[in-house]
Design a protein around this ligand. Structure first.
Ligand code: PLP
Length: 382
């Protein structure tokens, strides 16, 4: 009974590999969820909001006003972006709902959306749910640089461009020059930009530049983000988008019939966390950077080709130097052979040949877990 437009997507590779991790008891470097909780202070604030008796009913559709104000303040303080806290901010059920609602609320059937591949798993199905079509710009290893010719070919006649930076699964943080090329394409071809910036605070090399800050972009960009990755609270699913009221209105029109609103006590806690974001995030960033380095060095020593990520949660390991030609099969066999779960990168591409020998490893895990996973992967080659 699955509707035709959703049939091509089946069960995601994350569901399949997480089930494999559970069944085999393997170390799970597959899923992008931290294995430690976020700051106790933020969790205590959610408990206090629940106990107060004033935060257990529906929040307003736009979100708890204090969180909407904190999001607007964060955008201005950190990036100099001025957004209206009332009409220019919408709180959502994770960035995932913001992206889905943007597609449903802003696209007409048949509209084309330019997307960089490999792409995060919700992009293709949410575009399909809205009746849109994706036009791909392929990022290729080892550097995953933006292909300007492919961008120039994809942009004319499209309605929207969806950009994720810092990027999952490659770890790219797109450079100012690359983002300027994206901005020029959007302005020249009158595209709406939707950005996915859930890793905005988790940058280890370079700088996160929101697309909305580039010339001509503030008025055509819907910026999405969430608390999950920034505060290691992925299960809370408190996300948001911000931008010009005209675009936020489209998201709101869809969101009100998807979930209306939710997570009121967590919204209250995230408002406090965002107001003091850097204090909470600096230690997390430092520990993730150390985890990245540990994993990258370990994988390189074990013989993988490694692209060191500039941001986010993931590193790309290439199994071609190990003599492996099909990373998907290798990943399915890995839990039994080595007690480690990792995700093949090919399902993130429409063109599976583009990522055939790539494997995505998550490093949002405790150092002892990463060290043990590296030991097992090294022993496998021995
Ligand atoms: C690029 C990207 N966007 C969005 C999400 C989901 O964000 P949320 O949990 O806030 O819905 C993820 C989670 O892994 C992600 O990697």
């Amino acid at each position: 009974m699955i509707a035709k437009r959703l049939r091509p997507f089946g069960t995601t590779i994350f569901t399949e590999m997480s089930a494999l991790a559970l069944r085999t008891g393997a170390l799970n470097l597959g899923q992008g969820a931290p294995d430690t909780d976020g700051p106790a202070e933020i969790m205590d604030a959610a408990s206090a909001a629940m106990a107060s008796g004033h935060a257990n009913q529906y929040a307003p559709l736009a979100g708890v006003p204090g969180l909407c104000a904190a999001i607007a303040e964060h955008q201005e303080r950190r990036y100099g972006l001025v957004v209206d806290p009332v009409d220019g901010v919408q709180v959502t059920f994770g960035a995932t709902e913001a992206i889905a609602a943007a597609m449903l609320g802003l696209l007409e059937p048949g509209d084309a959306v330019v997307v960089l591949e490999p792409f995060y798993d919700c992009y293709a199905p949410t575009i399909a749910m809205a009746g849109g079509e994706r036009r791909l710009v392929t990022l290729r290893p080892p550097d995953f640089a933006l292909d300007l010719d492919a961008l120039a070919a994809a942009a004319p006649g499209a309605r929207m461009l969806l950009l994720n930076s810092p990027h999952n699964p490659t770890g790219r943080v797109f450079s100012r020059a690359e983002l300027e090329a994206v901005a020029r394409a959007c302005v020249e071809h009158d595209l709406v930009a939707v950005t996915d910036e859930v890793y905005e605070h988790l940058v280890y090399d370079g700088e996160h530049i929101p697309l909305a800050t580039l010339p001509g972009m503030a008025e055509r960009t819907l910026t999405t983000s969430s608390a999950g990755k920034s505060f290691s609270l992925t299960g809370w699913k408190i996300g948001w988008c911000s931008g010009p009221p005209g675009l936020v209105a489209g998201v709101r029109a869809a969101k009100q019939f998807l979930s209306f609103s939710g997570g009121t006590p967590m919204q209250v806690a995230v408002a406090g966390a965002l107001a003091d974001a850097e204090r909470h995030i600096a230690p997390l960033r430092a520990s993730l950077q150390a985890a990245r380095d540990l994993l990258c060095e370990g994988l390189a020593e074990a013989g993988f080709g490694v692209t060191v990520p500039e941001g986010g949660y993931f590193v790309q390991g290439d199994v071609a130097p190990l003599g492996v030609t099909d990373a998907a099969t290798w990943c399915r066999e890995l839990p039994a052979r080595a007690g480690v779960v990792a995700i093949p990168t090919s399902p993130f591409y429409d063109d599976p040949d583009a990522g055939r020998t790539l494997v995505r490893f998550a490093f949002c895990k405790r150092p002892e877990v990463i060290a043990e996973a590296v030991r097992r992967l090294t022993a496998l080659q021995g």
